[in-house]
Design a protein around this ligand. Structure first.
Ligand SMILES: Nc1ncnc2c1ncn2[C@@H]1O[C@H](COP(=O)(O)OP(=O)(O)OP(=O)(O)O)[C@@H](O)[C@H]1O
Length: 267
């Protein structure tokens, strides 16, 4: 195993530089990301929030190499994703990035344990058993490992998906609305696990969410509007996030939004 050197240890787990993503052209042109600079430090839990269409998913997809950028660069550690061909990008995503989606995306024919180790099995990598045990215990799935997804609740299925994302000890986990399909109790279990993976296992998690309560589990919240990061909150609470979100009124136009942002002390 190669241990990260002092330089790579100091690097953020992921970072974007002047990230720009344009969809379509002419009348249908949309600037989904507008020169975004962002760092995701190691061992931190970041939530990304903002109104519908503000660019949250696009930012996550570009940072995770699921979509290409129009301009700028996305780095995982010191690797510039735009320098990789499709094959190298697939390997990087498989080996260095964990994903959790709103739909749990588990394979129905496999047991929970088989789902958790699937990415490593595909890669021909032997799991680090001590790490895997820690992940399974932290997520609280020890007595469910032989169950298939249909025999698990939604919350348990999402915890399997979280364990799968973390099993390979990735550089960073990207979670897109991980609690969107869950009741609040199951959602809290999933968020507790993501929180513990950061606090106790030194993982790095980036989560897109619409839910202020979910964002309250993070170390910081980035607020997007119109493809830009317009605000950032450290040590968020659900109440403060909710207050901040009230400044984004969908009825307001761009000028109104600037007013709202200035009322909220942004810009
Ligand atoms: N494949 C695409 N083709 C064209 N436009 C797109 C595409 N994907 C996203 N967009 C546009 O880019 C902008 C940002 O979309 P994105 O999905 O990143 O927003 P979001 O903040 O994640 O929204 P939501 O909260 O509704 O999921 C939107 O205006 C959207 O319509």
């Amino acid at each position: 195993m190669t241990l990260p050197g002092p330089q790579s240890a100091a690097l953020p787990a992921a970072r974007g530089r002047t990230l720009t993503k344009v969809f379509g052209e002419g009348d249908t042109r949309v600037v989904a990301l507008d020169r975004v600079d962002v760092d995701f430090d190691r061992g931190r839990f970041t939530a990304i929030m903002g109104p519908s269409g503000s660019g949250k998913s696009t930012l996550m997809h570009c940072m995770a190499g699921l979509d290409s950028v129009t301009e700028g660069q996305a780095f995982i550690g010191d690797v510039d994703l735009s320098s990789l061909d499709d094959k190298a990008l697939t390997v990087l995503r498989r080996d260095r990035i964990g994903f959790v989606f709103q739909a749990f995306n588990l394979l129905p024919t496999l047991t929970a344990l088989e789902n958790i180790t699937l990415p490593m099995d595909i890669a021909g990598r032997k799991p680090d058993q001590a790490w895997l045990d820690q992940v399974i215990d932290t997520v609280g799935l020890r007595d469910r490992l032989a169950h298939r997804p249909t025999e698990l609740s939604g919350g348990q299925q999402q915890r399997v998906a979280c364990a799968r994302a973390l099993a390979g000890r990735p550089d960073i986990v990207f979670a897109d609305e991980p609690t969107g399909n869950l009741d609040s109790r199951s959602g809290a279990d999933v968020l507790d696990f993501l929180r513990s993976s950061v606090r106790r296992m030194d993982q790095t998690v980036v989560m897109v969410t619409h839910d202020p309560k979910a964002a309250g589990y993070a170390d910081r919240v980035l607020f997007l509007a119109d493809g830009r990061i317009v605000d950032e909150m450290a040590e968020p609470t659900a109440e403060r996030v909710l207050e901040r979100l009230k400044a984004f009124d969908p009825a307001e136009d761009r000028t109104g939004e600037a007013d709202a942002a200035s009322r909220a002390g942004v810009r």
